[in-house]
Design a protein around this ligand. Structure first.
Ligand SMILES: Nc1nc2c(c(=O)[nH]1)N[C@H]1C(S)=C(S)[C@@H](COP(=O)(O)OP(=O)(O)OC[C@H]3O[C@@H](n4cnc5c(=O)[nH]c(N)nc54)[C@H](O)[C@@H]3O)O[C@H]1N2
Ligand SMILES: Nc1nc2c(c(=O)[nH]1)N[C@H]1C(S)=C(S)[C@@H](COP(=O)(O)OP(=O)(O)OC[C@H]3O[C@@H](n4cnc5c(=O)[nH]c(N)nc54)[C@H](O)[C@@H]3O)O[C@H]1N2
Ligand code: SF4
Ligand SMILES: [Mo]
Length: 886
């Protein structure tokens, strides 16, 4: 039987509507044409949702750790143990001895349930979320400037704007569907502010490739420029803001001349002037800001300085004019609404006495957390030092994603009780659990998420719950009921619709227009109306939907209704590079992977764009340090070490390094970024400085390299490697491929080969095993200066149930004459490799559209169009060079 449902993509904060059709567990997806976020579009990750919906790797029953490893247990035993041990620890050490670390990938209902349990019943605010790593600087800046965590922009503003600024935001890769909206606006001027030349930067009209962490200087300079040129919106500043003279005095303390600012930011004065003048002369300006802004020890100040420029010029609350912090995770915004951050109580309320009384009154709860709890970095430190004795982690993988990851390992190793709820059986964090709880995944549960533009959408159930999995909110409610029978009525929801209705009710409770976050219009939600809920934007008070745009009447959520112009202060030279660690190490995302790869690594299409962790380093630095393209490089920081494949490119600045955040112990134990990252945080928001850690780099000096391939369905266990072998794993359609290298004797990765070819003269070894006509192992090893064959054809051979004679004969050569390699996959949706794209250009394609006609690349989600353009440019410069030689 097939069923079709409207639901919402579980990846990024764009929040695209998805129409999913299910036949058994076979899923096909389409972008939902009627959804306001995507109007029918999906990116490569959304398109591949069907590929990651199988049960491969899922945790299907609760398990507990024993000395012999994890064993299945019953829900009854697992829940009683979690409830009992939390209760005992609280009885002995007080409520602050337990903690919850949750996630912007929980649904609003899950988030609400756990926040209520922690703050209203246990009485601790030790509940923080991975949004601390993501949005907390923007949250703090919004609260300071607007009086509450309010995002003024909506997606329509992006197409409405005449000047669009990407500040620390690689939207082309991280919010692809949103990015595609602006394609139709050829006349829009786009500025990208990023120390790296990203795809977003390459497509912009102006790229300010600033010195890392100089954003505040840049935006302050703009504010000073607006003042000096008398380009303020005086009426707006007079009537709707406060703090102007203090801001002006603070700005005047620095030399704000174009030359001085340009020198500090290390951009040309001419480019800086172009940016400032464009801002000054354009009425409709949207400034998107994301992780390059938030993930900094000055994250809040970066946000404030950008917001100040909009307030001074009145470019806010109008169509096409807004400072716009985009959310990363699907429900980062929903989590902020329920108050899942340790320093917020609930529903945009803080820990003042009035708010505490209000929330406790609404909940009818026995207690209320008296004060803010520990923020993520401090929380794990308290786990490490034993102040926190039990932690429950839900829907996040802190062993990979927290800064200074080795310390997280230390913390969780020492903790008395680690409970982890996840959908996958093996993650780096799951491996640390005492109790593992199997959560229902996307498509198996009902709930709501709120996207970047405050639109609440439903995620809907598509299939029965597999195995014994349960939705997160239901697990939390059951633990609460078992912790104390008196609490049972407060956690006795009949379904997520009741949780949502209660949450909506709290936002409206005794509100009277005091808090802009008001979902009163949704408070009476029944199951039927919840099931039928169409995407809706808040605020949504009981009296009906107000204007789309916040602040359109110039009224902000501060006591006197005025926005605050807060002078951004930059702290001293903390966290500066040193002679020992002279580089600035930056980290972030690649186009086709989602965070710690627990889901996207299951989709071969998504693995082939970037197959292994790479380190971007400038040619000047690489030359000086003897680091070569494609060879391994070792990065060290005070905190740790990681080994990456070097990509020598002037897309990064001299003195800076960049690596992806995604790889884990399971895919590249040596290529993990977060053991490198210092735990410096913004003093106000507690957000870690993921984008900047002082670092050193050197060549690894491998003397051999090779690859191993095993069938994907082989036996589920990873091969054993020599301890000095650096390896990375990639899942392809039929086989797992391991890239290997080392400085000592080559790894033999022992297996019984059915054919071996050893060439003592060259030092090349090739081994294969064929069983009943099927290929079951391949190992190629060569000295580093010898080339290895391309991998595609061999990988494809794993899909053959009966290899032909010519195939068998070619195995040890590693390639089939006449069969060409696809190369790096550029278009993930249609699986088109670089080689086919280059061939189409050779054959005469001169535009992205013509490449699409010839190869289908770029004709689905379009996220690769930037790269197609770059292929065209590269080929034409090569031709030019060729001509010049003749
Ligand atoms: N493909 C994909 N998309 C995703 C995600 C994913 O994992 N994969 N995750 C989602 C999530 S949770 C998030 S938070 C978003 C993040 O989305 P983005 O913020 O766009 O992504 P990042 O790559 O983390 O960082 C953005 C840029 O900040 C730049 N940067 C570094 N230092 C500075 C600086 O000092 N100043 C400035 N101006 N820029 C700097 C980096 O070079 C980088 O290009 O993406 C969401 N979308
Ligand atoms: N170096 C570096 N580190 C970073 C960043 C960076 O830019 N650089 N960015 C930071 C940012 S912005 C973010 S948002 C974080 C993200 O980091 P994480 O949150 O750690 O990353 P995910 O891989 O998304 O983890 C989500 C986990 O939840 C599981 N899961 C999925 N669905 C469900 C569900 O319905 N219920 C439950 N219980 N589990 C589920 C997944 O299997 C996975 O294990 O990383 C941060 N870390
Ligand atoms: S842009 Fe892609 S990842 Fe983000 S919600 Fe849309 S389909 Fe999902
Ligand atoms: Mo994020």
């Amino acid at each position: 039987m097939t069923t079709t449902q409207s639901t919402t993509c579980p990846y990024c904060g764009v929040g695209c509507g998805v129409e999913a059709t299910l036949d058994g567990r076979q899923m096909t997806v389409r972008g939902e044409a009627a959804h306001p976020a995507n109007l029918g579009r999906l990116c490569s990750k959304g398109t591949a949702l069907g590929k990651t919906f199988g049960l491969e790797g899922r945790l299907l029953s609760p398990r507990r750790r024993t000395p012999q490893g994890f064993v299945d247990t019953t829900w009854d035993a697992a829940l009683s143990e979690v409830a009992g041990r939390f209760r005992d620890i609280i009885a002995e050490h007080g409520p602050d001895a337990v903690a919850f670390y949750v996630s912007g990938q929980l649904l609003t209902e899950d988030y609400y349930a756990v926040n209520k349990l922690a703050k209203g019943y246990i009485g601790t605010a030790n509940i923080d979320t991975n949004s601390r790593l993501c949005m907390s600087s923007a949250v703090a800046a919004h609260k300071l400037a607007f009086g509450a965590d309010l995002v003024p922009g909506v997606y329509d503003d992006l197409t409405e704007a005449d000047l669009l600024i990407f500040s620390g935001h690689n939207a082309a890769w991280t919010h692809p569907v949103l990015y595609r909206r602006i394609e139709g606006r050829q006349d829009q001027f786009r500025v990208c502010i990023d120390p790296r030349r990203t795809d977003t930067a390459k497509a912009a009209n102006l790229h300010l490739m600033i010195r890392p962490q100089t954003d505040v200087r840049l935006w302050n300079g703009l504010c000073a420029h607006l003042i000096a040129r008398d380009a303020l919106d005086h009426d707006f500043v007079d009537q709707h803001t406060q703090g102007f003279s203090r801001l002006m005095a603070a700005l005047a303390a620095d030399d704000q001349s174009l030359e001085a600012v340009a020198a500090d930011c290390d951009v040309s004065p001419a480019d800086l002037k172009t940016f400032y003048e464009a801002f000054l002369h354009t009425e409709k300006v949207v400034s998107l800001f994301s992780m390059g802004s938030n993930q900094s020890a000055q994250g809040v100040q970066k946000g404030l300085s950008l917001i100040n420029a909009h307030l001074l010029s009145g470019k806010i609350g109008k169509p096409g004019a807004a400072p716009f912090s985009v959310t990363g995770q699907p429900n980062a915004m929903g989590g902020r609404e329920v108050g899942g951050l340790a320093n917020m109580l609930a529903a945009h309320m803080d820990f003042d006495e009035a708010s505490k009384a209000l929330v406790q009154g609404y909940w009818g709860s026995p207690t209320i957390a008296p004060r803010p709890g520990l923020k993520a970095v401090d929380m794990f430190e308290a786990v490490r030092t034993g102040r926190i004795k039990a932690i429950w982690i839900m829907a996040t993988n802190p062993m990979v994603s927290m800064p200074d990851a080795n310390r997280i390992h230390e913390a969780l190793s020492r903790c008395d009780l680690v409970v982890v709820s996840d959908v996958m059986a093996r993650t780096d964090t799951m491996d640390m659990a005492h109790i593992q709880l199997p959560a229902a995944a996307w498509g198996e549960k009902d709930g709501t998420v709120t996207n970047s533009e405050r639109v609440i959408s439903r995620q809907r159930t598509l299939t029965r719950l597999p195995g014994e999995v349960r939705p997160d909110w239901a697990i939390i409610a059951e633990v609460a009921r078992r912790m104390n029978p008196d609490w049972a009525p407060a956690f006795d929801w009949a379904g997520p619709h009741e949780v949502f209705a209660e949450h909506a009710g709290l936002t409206a409770f005794e509100n009277n227009g005091q808090r802009f976050l008001d979902l009163g219009g949704l408070a009476g939600m029944t199951r039927a109306s919840y099931d039928a809920l169409m995407p809706v934007r808040w605020p949504f008070p009981a009296e009906g939907l107000p204007a789309t745009r916040l602040f359109s009447d110039g009224r902000f959520n501060t006591p006197n209704g005025r926005a605050r112009l807060v002078p951004p202060v930059v702290r001293g030279p903390a966290n500066r590079p040193t002679p020992e660690y002279p580089f600035s190490f930056n980290s972030g995302r690649v186009r086709d992977h989602w965070h710690t790869m627990t889901r996207t690594a299951l989709a071969p299409e998504l693995n082939r764009h970037i197959t292994e962790p790479t380190l971007d380093i400038h040619p000047k630095d690489a030359r000086r340090l003897g680091i070569r393209e494609g060879r391994l490089a070792v990065v060290t920081t005070v905190q740790g070490e990681a080994i990456y494949k070097a990509r020598v490119t002037d897309d990064v600045r001299v003195g800076t390094l960049h690596a992806p955040m995604h790889w884990t112990r399971q895919f590249a134990p040596y290529g993990r970024s977060n053991p490198l990252i210092n735990p410096a945080v913004d003093p106000l928001s507690g957000q870690p400085e993921f984008k900047h850690t002082p670092a050193q780099v050197r060549a690894f000096g491998e003397v051999w390299h090779g690859f191993l391939m095993v069938p994907r369905d082989f036996d589920g266990t990873l091969p054993e490697f020599q301890s000095d072998t650096v390896w990375r794993r990639t899942a392809y359609a039929h086989a797992d491929g391991y890239e290997m290298a080392g400085t000592g004797t080559p790894d033999s990765a022992d297996f019984d080969a059915t054919a071996t070819l050893e060439d003592p003269a060259t030092g090349i070894r090739r081994q294969v095993r064929v069983e009943n006509g099927r290929l079951t192992r391949v190992l190629f090893i060569a000295p580093i200066h010898k080339k290895l064959p391309p991998r595609d054809w061999l990988l494809e051979c794993f899909g053959e149930t009966q290899l032909s004679a010519p195939q068998l004969a070619a195995l040890l050569i590693g390639r089939m004459p006449g069969v060409s390699d696809r190369g790096r996959i550029i278009c993930a949706c249609n699986s088109v490799g670089e080689n086919a794209i280059l061939a189409s250009i050779e054959a005469g394609a001169t535009t992205v559209e013509e490449i699409g006609e010839a190869t289908r690349a770029g004709t689905a989600c379009g996220a690769c169009k930037g790269e197609l353009k770059q292929c065209l440019q590269r080929q034409s410069t090569q031709k030019e060079r060729g001509k010049a030689h003749v």
